[in-house]
Write a protein that binds this ligand. Structure first.
Ligand SMILES: [Zn+2]
Length: 200
């Protein structure tokens, strides 16, 4: 224990080493002096040892304080954090999450990873390169699906230029928070079911 080796005598630290060998060699002695130089000036009390969080004056650890410390340093924040929705299963929401990052195995993404694909054209329309962006946003087939959802949910027409826009729609849709959450759930499910359709 530290208490066995360091004792407080008249407010000064006194070391009580108990070496196995009686003599220290020259190098060891140098290291010992260095150690004493480092710890000799530290304040020790007579109470029990305890853990202290050094970023808080009280020494108490809290998640709020960790947040404060993290915010005080220049931390790169993601521009937008994916919003999960506990009304749909995780594996369903994952499709939209991956689509937003172009991490779905669309043909364009596959060929970018050197995975051979017959051609890079959209499996639905066969006219444009198949990216997640195209599959879920600009493809004619996707647009029909979104139009139907709009009609069904009675929300204003969808104007989306990319996957992010689709995932932000519910924020602007009318109605209560609950209604918006339901609409977002439908959007997420739609991503998932469209990906089933396209055999992803
Ligand atoms: Zn298409």
């Amino acid at each position: 224990m530290v208490a066995d080796r360091m004792e407080l005598c008249n407010n000064a630290v006194e070391f009580k080493w108990s070496w196995v060998r009686s003599m220290l060699n020259y190098v060891e002695n140098g290291q010992l002096q260095q150690l004493i130089g480092m710890i000799g000036g530290s304040n020790i009390g007579s109470g029990n040892d305890s853990w202290k969080w050094k970023y808080e004056a009280s020494g108490e650890f809290s998640v709020a304080n960790v947040k404060k410390v993290l915010n005080s340093v220049a931390r790169v924040r993601p521009s937008k954090v994916f919003e999960w929705n506990n009304w749909v299963p995780k594996k369903v929401a994952l499709v939209a999450w991956r689509a937003e990052m172009e991490r779905l195995p669309a043909k364009l993404a596959l060929s970018a990873r050197n995975i051979p694909v017959q051609n890079q054209l959209c499996a639905m329309c066969g006219e444009y390169e198949e990216s997640s962006e195209h599959l879920f946003v600009s493809c004619h087939f996707a647009q029909i699906i979104w139009q139907n959802i709009v009609g069904w949910c009675t929300v204003p027409p969808i104007i989306a230029f990319d996957v992010k826009d689709l995932l932000m729609l519910h924020g602007f849709s009318p109605g209560s928070g609950k209604k918006r959450k339901a609409f977002y759930a439908i959007v997420l499910v739609s991503f998932w079911s469209q990906s089933r359709l396209k055999g992803e």
